[in-house]
Design a protein around this ligand. Structure first.
Ligand code: ADP
Ligand code: MG
Length: 248
C-alpha cells in the first residue's frame, strides 16, 4: 500500500472513551505508520481492547478521532463498512462460524462484503489456507481443528479482505502453550511481509522481536511508548517498571 505524504496509516487523536462514569480511555494519541508493528501491552482493564475496538468502529469514541490513511472514521454505516473492508481484526476467541468449513469461513465475507465472485473468493481462500500452513484443512469444520489451527483460519479470513491494517486482540491468550508458537509464527511472517499491525499481547518475546513500537497502556492512558528495547528493557516510568516486573 503506498504512503501518501508520509501520512500515518492510523492516527488516533485525543481518544477518550467513557462507559457511564468510567473513563476507559483518557485522551490517547497514537500513530502507526504503514508497515509498522505496534504492540500494545498493559494490565487487565487498562483499555487495550477498547482502543482496538475504537480503531475499527466496534466501539464509538466519546471524543477524539480515528483516521485511517487520513480518512476520518465516521459512525455512519457507509464509513464503517468502508473502514471494515480495510481493517482486519483477530480476536482471542477465534469467532469462526462453527457450521462452515475452514474454506467456507474464509470465503463468506469476501462474497458478502467484498463482492467477489464465488470462484474468485474460493481461490483466494485456498491460497490463504496454504499461506497459514493449513492447505490440508480446507474442508475441516472448526470443531475438528485445534485452537492454533482455528486461530490461523481466523487470520486467513481477515487477510482475505486484503486489509491494509490488521488488529490482533490477545490472539494467543486462549491457546494451550504448545499452540502459541504456530500462531505467532504466522503473525511474524505477516509483519515481515510489511503488514501494518496493532497487536495486543502478553508475549514479550514476540514484542521484542517483531514490534517497531511498544505502547504501554495503563488506566486508559499511554504510560510509556517507544522502541521495544527502551520500553521493555529500560522503561522510564514507575508504572512501566511495576507492570513489567510482574510479567517475569
Ligand atoms: P483490557 O483489554 O486492557 O483488559 P478493556 O478495554 O477490555 O481492557 O476494558 C477497560 C475497561 O472498560 C474495564 O474497566 C472494562 O470493565 C470497561 N469496559 C469495557 N467494555 C465495556 C462495555 N461494553 N461496557 C462497560 N464497560 C466496559
Ligand atoms: Mg482486552
Amino acid at each position: 500500500m503506498t504512503q501518501i505524504d508520509g501520512q500515518p496509516r492510523v492516527r488516533i487523536t485525543g481518544a477518550t472513551k467513557k462507559f457511564g462514569d468510567n473513563v476507559v480511555l483518557n485522551n490517547v494519541d497514537l500513530e502507526v505508520r504503514a508497515g509498522e508493528v505496534a504492540v500494545l501491552i498493559g494490565p487487565s482493564g487498562a483499555g487495550k481492547s477498547t482502543l482496538l475496538r475504537c480503531i475499527n468502529g466496534l466501539e464509538r469514541l466519546t471524543s477524539g478521532t480515528v483516521e485511517i490513511d487520513g480518512v476520518r472514521l465516521e459512525y455512519r454505516e457507509r464509513s464503517l463498512n468502508h473502514m471494515r473492508e480495510h481493517v482486519g481484526m483477530v480476536f482471542q476467541s477465534f469467532n469462526l462460524f462453527p457450521h462452515l468449513t475452514a474454506l467456507e469461513n474464509i470465503t463468506m465475507a469476501q462474497v458478502v462484503v467484498g463482492k467477489r465472485s464465488k470462484s474468485e473468493a474460493h481461490d483466494r481462500a485456498a491460497k490463504l489456507l496454504f499461506r497459514v500452513g493449513l492447505g490440508e484443512k480446507a474442508n475441516s469444520y472448526p470443531s475438528a481443528l485445534s485452537g492454533g489451527q482455528q486461530q490461523r483460519v481466523a487470520i486467513a479470513r481477515a487477510l482475505a479482505m486484503t486489509p491494509k491494517l490488521m488488529l490482533f486482540d490477545e490472539p494467543t491468550s486462549a491457546l494451550d502453550p504448545e499452540l502459541v508458537g504456530e500462531v505467532l509464527q504466522v503473525m511474524r511472517e505477516l509483519a515481515d511481509e510489511g503488514m501494518t499491525m496493532v497487536v495486543v499481547t502478553h508475549e514479550m518475546r514476540f514484542a521484542r522481536q517483531v514490534a517497531d513500537h511498544v505502547v504501554l497502556l495503563a488506566d486508559g492512558a499511554i504510560a510509556e511508548e517507544g522502541p521495544p528495547e527502551i520500553v521493555l528493557d529500560a522503561p522510564a516510568s514507575d508504572r512501566a517498571r511495576s507492570f513489567l516486573s510482574k510479567l517475569q
